[in-house]
Design a protein around this ligand. Structure first.
Ligand SMILES: Cc1cc2nc3c(=O)[nH]c(=O)nc-3n(C[C@H](O)[C@H](O)[C@H](O)COP(=O)(O)OP(=O)(O)OC[C@H]3O[C@@H](n4cnc5c(N)ncnc54)[C@H](O)[C@@H]3O)c2cc1C
Length: 483
């Protein structure tokens, strides 16, 4: 019982929870399977270059939002650069820049997509987004745990809650229909933006979360040093991280009332309180208790078949081959063995002397794929599929960024298998659980459902999804535990 809390996982959820609790005087230890911090927002080094392994952008940095609060409260030493435009969409021969300034964004849309009342649409989305952030940072008790929290939900900001409630139950599409948009490339742009935030399309994404996803590029920043700098800055605030300590078994003592025994590949730990930040799908395997398995198997909306993994390409390109932004979404049909109609390209900042070196920028490319495409293949088939997918994406990249074959160097690819290897995530599923109208709001799992002193965080837990939301979940639990 040396620690007040043991945390499983040194991803964004585990690190932010641990660092904030340690700052409040608790004795904390993290058990992490990998040899580096970060999980899906980690990094790797190859040929002298540092690549972001998964996440590349930081958002939710405006005052009052989760990352702003995290960075301020922990006094994280990060050099952040606002990226404007926060994303550039490349659709056929059109380039659409998502500027931070609303007037400039409307002007851009009006130039590129005629006959749509962009001002009305985007001011509505903006209002909903602002309400969404106010609600999610005000109500710390969602999903509602008790009658008391239900009352607090209705007593704080009641008008805001009442206006926003219907937006949880209607789709982004229901709002778009009011605008009679015929231009399919515009609708695709919105869909593909929703896929990288809400992980779902406009028909299925609830309007409240959809508006927050569609507005995210106006609050996008790059950390000098990339995700390595972000994850290491957080890890530096946690005094005890046991790396290469994959947790294999958890045994509750007296149903958790007397704490937990935790077996890792390297030893046995005991703790009074335990916080898991690993995906929900991974949890049942760690317990022998049938009640845990029954609990998770009753949650139908977390069906792995409805969730995503990612196909990744990491490479370097000559400096300044793309200068409008660091973040691009390139639209193209038919990416082999993948599921969406675009891929996301993130470049290291040209002025980042730690990552843009030897006259080159590092690039991380990601697109949605289903795990089932990549698991259970023999090595030859796996290698062939990877090559086909990578060649397709890279040929589009070359065309759009006007690059030659030998401009692309240090190429590495990743699939769901890679995520299993480095993050241990079940089936390599990443990005959380898609926001969906099909997901019953009552099916969200509270952070403390199973045992008295066992809590859950991370991107499969509410509010989940993306670093900002994961951090918000951790901050809410910190506030709850350290009243
Ligand atoms: C390709 C990709 C791009 C993304 N882009 C962005 C982006 O640009 N911006 C953004 O905000 N979000 C982005 N995301 C989402 C974001 O990265 C994740 O939602 C977030 O990092 C999840 O953090 P987490 O702590 O919940 O989980 P994880 O990052 O998965 O962390 C869990 C940790 O637990 C460890 N672990 C697992 N099992 C065990 C075990 N049994 N014992 C011990 N340790 C264990 C893992 O090694 C891992 O370090 C992206 C995700 C992906 C995959």
């Amino acid at each position: 019982m040396e620690f007040d809390y043991i945390i499983i996982g040194a991803g964004a959820a585990g690190l932010s929870f641990a660092a904030l609790m340690e700052k409040r005087g608790y004795k904390i230890a993290i058990l992490e399977a990998h040899s580096l911090p970060g999980g899906c927002s980690s990094y790797f080094e190859r040929d002298g270059f540092t690549f972001d392994a998964g996440a590349t952008t930081l958002s939710g940095l405006k005052e009052g939002r989760p990352l702003h609060r995290l960075i301020t409260e922990l006094d994280l030493k990060l050099e952040l650069i606002s990226i404007d435009p926060g994303i550039v969409f490349i659709i056929g021969d059109k380039k659409i820049s998502r500027y931070r300034d609303p007037e400039r964004w409307i002007e851009e849309l009006t130039k590129k997509f005629k006959g749509i009342n962009h001002r009305k649409l985007w001011s509505k989305l903006k209002q909903i987004e602002t309400r969404g952030w106010m609600l999610s940072t005000t109500f710390k008790n969602i999903p509602l745990r008790s009658l008391k929290s239900l009352l607090s939900f209705f007593s704080v900001k009641l008008p805001l809650a009442l206006i926003s409630a219907p937006e949880l139950f209607r789709s982004v599409e229901s709002e778009l229909q009011k605008f009679h948009i015929k231009d399919q490339s515009y609708l695709n742009m919105l869909d593909e933006l929703l896929f990288i935030t809400a992980q779902n399309n406009r028909q299925e994404t609830p309007l409240l979360m959809g508006a927050m996803g569609l507005c995210y590029p106006e609050d996008t920043s790059y950390a000098i040093g990339g995700m390595k700098a972000f994850s290491n800055a957080l890890a530096a605030k946690c005094s005890t991280i046991f790396y290469r300590h994959q947790v294999q078994k958890i045994t509750p003592i007296k149903n958790g009332l007397d704490g937990f025994t935790i077996h890792t590949v390297q030893g046995v730990f005991k703790t009074k309180k335990l916080v898991s930040t690993i995906p929900h799908w991974n949890i049942p395997d760690l317990f022998e208790d049938k009640k845990v398995k029954d609990f998770f198997s009753s949650k139908k909306t977390f069906a792995p078949k409805d969730c995503w993994s990612a196909f990744m390409i990491y490479l370097t390109v000559p400096l300044n081959c793309a200068t409008e932004s660091l973040y691009y979404q390139i639209h193209c049909e038919g990416i082999p063995f993948c599921s969406t109609k675009s891929f996301f390209v993130s470049l290291s900042h040209p002025a980042d002397s730690t990552r843009s070196i030897k006259g080159r920028q590092t690039v991380t490319i990601s697109t949605h794929t289903k795990s089932s495409e990549w698991l259970g293949l023999d090595n030859v088939e796996y290698k062939n599929k990877k090559e086909i997918t990578a060649n397709f994406i890279l040929s589009v990249l070359k065309e759009k960024f006007k690059l030659q074959e030998n401009d692309l160097q240090n190429i590495v690819t990743g699939t769901p298998r890679t995520f299993i290897k480095y993050t241990k995530r079940y089936l390599g599923l990443v990005g959380g659980i898609p926001h969906s109208l099909k997901r019953n709001p009552l099916d969200y799992i509270i952070a403390r459902p199973l045992y008295k002193n066992f809590y859950m965080l991370g991107d499969t837990q509410f509010p989940g999804q993306g670093i900002a939301a994961v951090v918000l979940g951790s901050m809410n639990l910190v506030d709850y535990l350290d009243k």
